[in-house]
Design a protein around this ligand. Sequence first.
Ligand SMILES: Nc1ncnc2c1ncn2[C@@H]1O[C@H](COP(=O)(O)OP(=O)(O)OP(=O)(O)O)[C@@H](O)[C@H]1O
Ligand SMILES: [Mg+2]
Length: 294
Amino acid sequence: MDQAQELRNLVKSNTQTKRPLARVITVTSGKGGVGKSNTSVNLALAFKKLGKRVVILDADFGLANVEIMFGTIPKHNFCDLIYQGKSITDIITWGPGDVGFISGGSGIAGLSNLSREYLTYIIQNLAYLDAIADVIIIDTGAGISDAVLEFLVASGEIIVVTTPEPPSITDSYSLIKAVNRHPRFSKENTQVKVIVNRTLKKEDGPLVYKKINTVVKRFLDLSIEYLGDVPQDQMLYDAVMQQTPVTLAHPNSKSAKAFEQITGKLMNMENVGNIKKRGMAAFFSHIVVKKNND
Ligand SMILES: Nc1ncnc2c1ncn2[C@@H]1O[C@H](COP(=O)(O)OP(=O)(O)OP(=O)(O)O)[C@@H](O)[C@H]1O
Ligand SMILES: [Mg+2]
């Protein structure tokens, strides 16, 4: 049996209970600084408000985006689970609004050196994460790096955040293209969704989405979906300065309302059975298989 098959079996044997798998949503962008971390945190809080159990994984390795936004410092991180034998409960910090969050630490490298026993241990822990969370939101670093692409193709849903500025639109398309041609991307397993952030007028959102979708339809054999826009909002800026997510600091602001509306749409997609839940254990094994085949 090859290693990929062995890992798939490992995940299967550790997740084959009746427990539902978590929705794994990875938030990303072509260009940096467009609003990924704000989107991740505020969508997480909005999901929580709608009764979902949510955990955020800060995968912007080395740069602690989410903990700064939450104003809380976690004791342990994802690397401590992988390399130090910490359990999933040790590495989750419960932040404001009772949203769990996990700091990525300095990254996941050298996964090919882990023993089978140890991989089983990690997969069991991640399967536990599937049991305690309905939604797992992963905040990534900017740009089209191999590491980010690995995370994207292992997720059930990808949210590409863009702004109306032409460089951001172009970089969003480049990112979607890179995902689409990744050897382990599958349209059946990963859906690509778009949020337009920092819009000045309501019509900016659909217009920007149309620009991206036109090129995607023309050059890539892929369908993407529009989730909505988040307006440019001074209240969001103020909230960042207070190290409090805008949905908590200013729940009636236009950006907070927009995040709630988008979350409502994401919930609807689930209610009509239109999403793919892959779970966190499968997410991890997807990444390990790649590393082991390097
Ligand atoms: N809708 C908005 N209205 C006003 N300001 C915004 C909005 N969205 C983002 N910003 C500003 O942009 C900054 C960057 O946002 P954020 O940290 O979420 O981006 P990012 O994509 O995670 O950045 P990085 O690529 O560095 O991780 C925020 O601190 C805020 O000042
Ligand atoms: Mg960020």
